[in-house]
Design a protein around this ligand. Structure first.
Ligand code: PLP
Length: 474
């Protein structure tokens, strides 16, 4: 399997060569040259445990790591121990247990890993793949990132203790929830560096961009990233669509629908690929919050990324995006993988503009991709959290609530609906308090983490200071 760029002007690459990088040199995103077809494998895969299923699926996309090594990586990554923060009475060995709210309406628990958000599902794999490939090549990497919450902590917990990897993670001082701060800053690992920046998330993000644009510094200090456009993250996420399908159905003739709380289009992109591979998905439901750039596209054919000033701060913050960084992958398939069309469309997007497919054949072709969309607001979120708690005794987080709300608008009779549960309620205590008038439930093991000693350096939003810190710790 080789990987090609959506912009069509970079050479095809092997998996291990795109693993550590970000964008392709031509500015595009990497995708496999073709989607392996698996319809005739479903019977054999139905009863596999998660790590074995992951190995079968990843083997279709990774052909430059020996099978025994890839198998060992999957076994190590998807161990019950790592995903043990599940609801009382659950079976952690399932890795992504299915919780049934009512017949044909389920939650797929993707947030039972160390940081209680679905980002762990892919990031844990990335940590083990990075360590493996760097060791083979005798290289090191210094990951520099900015986070407003979920991504940074998932990266730190995935990379902690890994050889040849250091993580420098910038976060906006005082802007994350007490639980999120405790989660990140209580890590005491020689290869993890928390830097709280006096400013907003955008200030932290701008510093990362400025450092990455300094080619000399980047090369000298081997600066890398683990952002959501990384192909291996998308690939890892394909696996749980299969697992969820098997858990919600009895036979491979059945179809299901998935509802996906979406921001950067990474999670649902994996669902799209699972469907292209032949998994019987009737419908993919894309749920946004008030930042509804993707809902707008699927309804109107117009893709108009917002400015950061237009981006709203909401109570499902991990979906607060101005543009959807993985969306180009889907549009590449939508336009029949014509890289020339993508270059033309993203010439507008990269120049700060929009594109409109409404009067083109591509917009009619959207129906073939089975994605429908909807939007959810703060009031919807509160009502949904309350309703799910009162009716089923299940506490869901704000992002999952967006998924449940929009799923209800797009359910089809007789087609099981699987809502992807992307985080646990405890990460968003303030909104849970507002909805339910009580503290969120939390895994027992994480009682009191707010009182642990914290390890964080506070700095002004100053590029030179951050560079000096990185240089001093490499
Ligand atoms: C990242 C995140 C999302 C959005 O996922 P995308 O892949 O960016 O679409 C949704 N919910 C939670 C809790 C997240 O952390």
């Amino acid at each position: 399997m080789k990987y090609i760029s959506t912009r069509g002007q970079s050479p095809a690459q092997a998996f291990s060569d795109i693993l550590l990088g970000g964008l392709a040199p031509d500015g595009g995103l990497y995708l496999p040259q073709f989607y392996p077809q698996i319809a005739d494998r479903l019977a054999e895969w139905r009863t596999l445990e998660y790590s074995e299923l992951a190995f079968r699926i990843l083997s279709l996309f990774v052909d430059d790591i020996p099978a025994a090594d890839l198998h060992a990586i999957c076994t190590k990554t998807y161990a019950a121990e790592t995903y043990r923060y599940c609801r009382p009475g659950c079976n952690a060995a399932e890795i992504v247990p299915l919780t049934t709210l009512e017949p044909d309406f389920h939650l797929l628990e993707l947030s039972n890993g160390p940081t209680l958000a679905f980002k762990d599902m892919a990031m844990q794999l990335l940590g083990n793949l990075f360590e493996y490939v760097l060791e083979k090549r005798g290289e090191t990497i210094n990951i520099l990132g900015a986070t407003s919450g979920d991504t940074g902590s998932a990266a730190e917990y995935a990379m902690r203790g890994k050889h040849r990897v250091r993580v420098f993670m910038l976060s906006p001082e005082g802007k994350m929830s007490a639980f999120q701060r405790a989660q990140m800053y209580s890590l005491d690992e020689p290869n993890i560096f928390n830097i709280a920046v006096r400013g907003m998330f955008d200030d932290a993000q701008d510093i990362v961009k400025a450092v990455s644009n300094d080619a000399g510094f980047k090369a000298e200090y081997k600066i890398g990233a683990v952002n959501s456009i990384n192909w291996a993250r998308v690939m890892a996420q394909i696996v749980y669509y299969f697992k969820g399908y098997f858990a919600a159905t009895r036979s491979n003739e059945e179809e299901v629908a998935f509802s996906v709380p979406s921001g950067n289009f990474g999670n649902i992109c994996a669902g799209h690929i699972a469907r292209m591979m032949g998994l019987p998905i009737r419908r993919l439901v894309l749920a946004t919050n008030e930042n509804d750039v993707l809902d707008e596209f699927f309804k109107s054919g117009v893709y108009r990324p917002r400015t950061s000033a237009e981006t709203k701060v909401t109570s499902s913050p991990s979906m607060d995006i101005s543009k959807a960084s993985n969306f180009e992958r889907f549009v590449f398939d939508l336009v029949g993988r014509d890289a020339g069309v993508i270059r033309e469309l993203w010439r507008k997007v990269d120049g700060g503009g929009a594109f409109d497919l409404s009067h083109t054949a591509y917009f009619s072709a959207l129906a073939d991709f089975a994605i429908v969309s909807g939007r959810s607001t703060h009031a919807d979120r509160l009502a949904t959290i309350r309703e799910v708690w009162e009716r089923y005794g299940i506490m869901i987080d704000t992002h999952t609530a967006d998924g449940v709300k929009v799923a209800r608008e797009h359910s089809l009779p007789g087609v099981p609906m699987i809502v992807l549960e992307t985080a646990q309620a405890v990460k968003f205590a303030e909104t849970i308090g507002e909805a339910l008038g009580r503290d969120p439930l939390r895994p027992q093991e994480l009682e009191g983490i707010e009182t642990l000693p914290q390890h964080v350096v506070v700095m002004d939003a100053d590029v030179a200071a951050v560079k000096a810190f990185v240089a001093a710790h490499c």
